[in-house]
Design a binder for this molecule. Structure first.
Ligand SMILES: [Zn+2]
Length: 338
């Protein structure tokens, strides 16, 4: 089968299309013929070099496809079933996994980072890492939401515990995780202020349902929020130093900042006097538990959350897809057709 692998870290030319054997499902596993794989910024970081990545590695965390073979003991799936892949890998046996907090598992990993991923024709996975594909979605759309949706759901619903009527600020609403966050917050009944970095991206955020859209390069975000509603209850952060001070400045009493990323740097400062006197909370969040994927699938099935595909590349053209993703001009997800 064809598989997009890296044998070393570096620029886009380290990605090779290799011919490798089709994997065989073991007991409890299914073999999936992948039809689409969505890309994440994680793919770029893995390619450039993250500590602990075993080489060679098949890139890619998100995927959808058709079950073509099942191992002994598989009871949830049979040949021909259309499925989406749960990108999170976990042991399923430890205290955290037993408590449904799989993303706190010491053995937690992500497809395409800790084990071979989805940028290939066939993948073998334990059946617990697979879910039925939501009806009515193309394979491209179905591949586009699991990692981003699971991450955003965990951040907003499980960590920040957003409530109907609260106001949420979503930085970078046109990104994979941002476009999920806007839709999840609206589905919960929140008011959403979204930011984006161009006219097209602002229009995209408006179409997702945001109540107020700001251009974070042109607008004074804190001033505009003050005029619109005063302060916000929750800030959806994944940017870091470039946005952090504004995130803290616009935060209401009892407000929560929840972050899953540090794309502009790792270190930020906090004024403890504001933190304690306003009784605010700073929350870290990584990926999502297995239930977060179940919940986001339900939202997709109800039409409350619609995965948006910006552009589709062929697997063979994966280097161009990486180049396109690195330019960050997309609205929603970049997907590989396999
Ligand atoms: Zn575990």
């Amino acid at each position: 089968m064809k598989a997009a692998r890296i044998h070393s870290h570096g620029d886009r030319d380290v990605i090779k299309i290799d011919n490798i054997p089709i994997p065989e499902p073991q007991p409890g596993q299914v073999c999936i013929n992948l039809k689409a794989a969505a890309m994440n910024h994680l793919d770029i970081w893995v390619r450039k070099g993250i500590v602990g990545v075993q080489l060679p590695m098949i890139l890619g965390s998100d995927g959808s496809g058709v079950v073509i073979k099942t191992g002994d003991g598989v009871n949830r799936f049979s040949e021909g079933d259309e499925v989406v892949i749960q990108p999170l890998v976990y042991c399923g046996k430890c205290r955290q996994c037993m408590a449904g907090k799989e993303n706190y598992c010491d053995k937690m990993g992500i497809l395409g980072e800790s084990v071979d991923g989805t940028n290939c024709e066939y993948i073998v996975l334990d059946e617990r890492f697979v879910e039925p594909k939501p009806a009515g979605l193309s394979f491209e759309e179905a591949a586009a939401f699991p990692l981003a949706g699971q991450t955003a759901y965990q951040m907003l619903v499980k960590r920040a515990r957003i409530q109907p009527g609260e106001t949420i600020l979503v930085w970078g609403a046109s990104s994979g995780v941002g476009h999920m966050a806007v839709q999840i917050a609206k589905a919960v009944g929140c008011k959403v202020i979204a930011t984006a970095g161009s006219k097209e991206k602002c229009q995209f955020a408006k179409e997702l349902g945001a109540d107020l859209v700001l251009d974070h390069y042109k607008d004074d975000v804190a001033d505009k929020i003050k005029d619109f509603c005063g302060r916000v209850d929750v800030v959806f952060e994944h940017v870091g130093p470039k946005t952090w001070d504004t995130s803290m400045r616009v935060l209401n009493k009892g407000g929560r900042v929840v972050t899953c990323g540090a794309t502009t740097g790792a270190a930020v400062s906090i004024d403890l006097r504001h933190l304690f006197s306003k009784q605010q909370t700073v929350l870290g969040s990584t990926m999502g538990d297995a239930d977060s994927l179940t919940q986001i699938i339900k939202m997709v099935e109800k039409g409350q959350v619609i995965p948006k595909v910006d552009r589709i590349f062929s697997l063979e053209d994966i280097r161009s897809a990486h180049e396109y993703l690195e330019r960050s001009n997309q609205c929603g997800k970049v997907v590989l057709e396999i």
